[in-house]
Design a protein around this ligand. Structure first.
Ligand SMILES: *Cc1c(COP(=O)(O)O)cnc(C)c1O
Length: 426
């Protein structure tokens, strides 16, 4: 039996489809974000600018956050020393959960080792505990939510992306009596669009459904205290479960849910992904809490990010580049072909010292392959001008399309959600 060959063949299949992933070897330099040292295949190092980081506000290098991490590690040590139940519940973790509950005005919060785990564990456990639960899931939900839905083993119906009419049809078909859980995101990370949250809550009220929202791409970033789109729009009390990450806007690591005490206590008590794993280390919890508390009172980072994101959109659009219009900080530049998307990314890195990872299927539908640009408060106007010049050069060199067919984007969405549910996102 050629076991090795099995794995090589599996990976070769990805290469044929232009889906083979190559990671960039980066050394971020604290205090100089978004600059980093990049090492190519031959280990040659050079300075580059990162344009695709999810450290949206640069909080991963904030002196207060780094200081809190160092101080906690010095005082409490490196690891948590156990699972939550067996000696791992450390003081900074308890304080972190309080800080999160306060952020979203909920009774309680529960921290997990990542946002992925928080979605998988919480959706599957909540749905499993509700007798005969029907899950209604947006078709563009993140892989971690899809995983949670599957893991629950409960019946699911997928509604077309942000389509209230379709959601209503599915709710009507299920009837008001049947228990239902609606799972969706606020900001969708690849198209940068926002769900009609208030209207989804109206439907949930009308049909007696529970609501679960993923605010991963919004926490820290939207709302006067960084509580996300639900805070911005005054909707936090209308959502039963708000899920977020500590790894993107907050710049550290870990995931969480906030909800009423009953839900949090149930997930705490029943989710194996929460119970049977070591707790987050104190240093990480202290750093995350410092970041959250900072962003509750500081809007400088949020404002800087919105300003620079708007500038990038404007500058690139004026240069005739195919920017997908978005209402958020996410700036997708559509290429529409996996091979060309990778080639554009390689050329940006090799010739212009600009790093933007290509986003291909299954993270986005085929035909909508893109460069996903995420401007931060630390991307200067000069960097934006350099980015634009580099993109113009690459677009010319590779003869890339300057417009894109919106209808193709919509078609692609149907294919991803309805037929080939992605199992590998990110
Ligand atoms: C990144 C992401 C997650 C997972 O969060 P991590 O903390 O990185 O594990 C969950 N949901 C969405 C929508 C994401 O983009």
């Amino acid at each position: 039996m050629d076991y090795r060959g099995i794995f090589e063949d599996a990976v070769d299949a990805l290469r044929v489809e232009k889906r083979y992933r190559v990671f960039a070897d980066l050394e971020r330099v604290a205090g100089h974000f978004p600059h980093a040292v990049y090492r190519d295949g031959a280990d040659n190092a050079r300075d580059i600018t990162i344009w695709c980081s999810n450290d949206y506000l640069g909080m991963g290098q904030h002196p207060k956050v780094i200081g809190a991490m160092q101080e906690a590690a010095g005082k409490l040590g490196a690891g948590a020393g156990g699972t939550r139940n067996i000696s791992g519940t450390n003081r900074p973790l308890v304080e972190l959960e309080r800080s999160l509950a306060d952020l979203h005005h909920k009774e309680a919060a529960l921290v997990f080792t990542s946002g992925f785990v928080s979605n998988e564990a919480s959706i599957s456990t909540i749905a499993r505990l509700i007798p005969n639960c029907l899950i209604l899931s947006d078709q563009l939900n993140h892989a971690s939510m899809i995983q949670g839905v599957r893991q629950s083993g409960m019946e699911k119906k997928i509604f077309r992306h942000n389509d209230l009419k379709h959601l209503r049809e599915l709710l009507e078909a299920a009837g008001k009596q049947r228990p239902k859980l609606i799972v969706f995101e606020s900001v969708y990370s690849m198209d940068g669009d926002i769900a009609p949250i208030a209207e989804i809550c109206d439907l949930a009220d009308e049909f007696n459904a529970m609501t679960y929202i993923d605010e991963v791409h919004a926490v820290g970033i939207y709302g006067p205290r960084g509580g996300g789109i639900c805070e911005r729009d005054g909707l936090m009390d209308r959502i039963d479960v708000i899920e977020g990450t500590l790894a993107k806007g907050f710049g550290v690591m870990g995931g969480y849910i906030t909800a009423n005490k009953a839900i949090v206590d149930a997930v705490r008590s029943y989710a194996p992904e929460f119970i049977f794993t070591t707790a987050l280390p104190p240093a990480l919890c202290a750093a995350a809490r410092t970041s959250i508390e900072h962003l509750k009172v500081s809007s400088v980072e949020r404002e800087g990010q919105q300003r620079q994101a708007a500038r990038v959109k404007r500058v690139l659009a004026e240069a005739g580049l195919p920017v997908l219009p978005t209402e958020t900080h996410i700036v997708p530049l559509i290429v529409g072909d996996a091979r060309l998307c990778k080639a554009a990314s390689d050329m940006l890195m090799d010739r212009h010292n600009i790093y933007i990872q290509p986003i291909n299927y299954p993270t986005v539908p085929k035909g909508t392959e893109r460069l996903r640009i995420t401007p931060t408060p630390y991307h200067t106007d000069d960097m934006i001008a350099e980015l634009c010049d580099a993109l113009i050069a690459v677009w010319r060199q590779l003869d890339l399309p300057r417009d894109f067919d919106m209808s193709r984007l919509m078609e692609g969405k149907l294919i991803v959600g309805d037929l080939t549910l992605p199992t590998v996102g990110g």
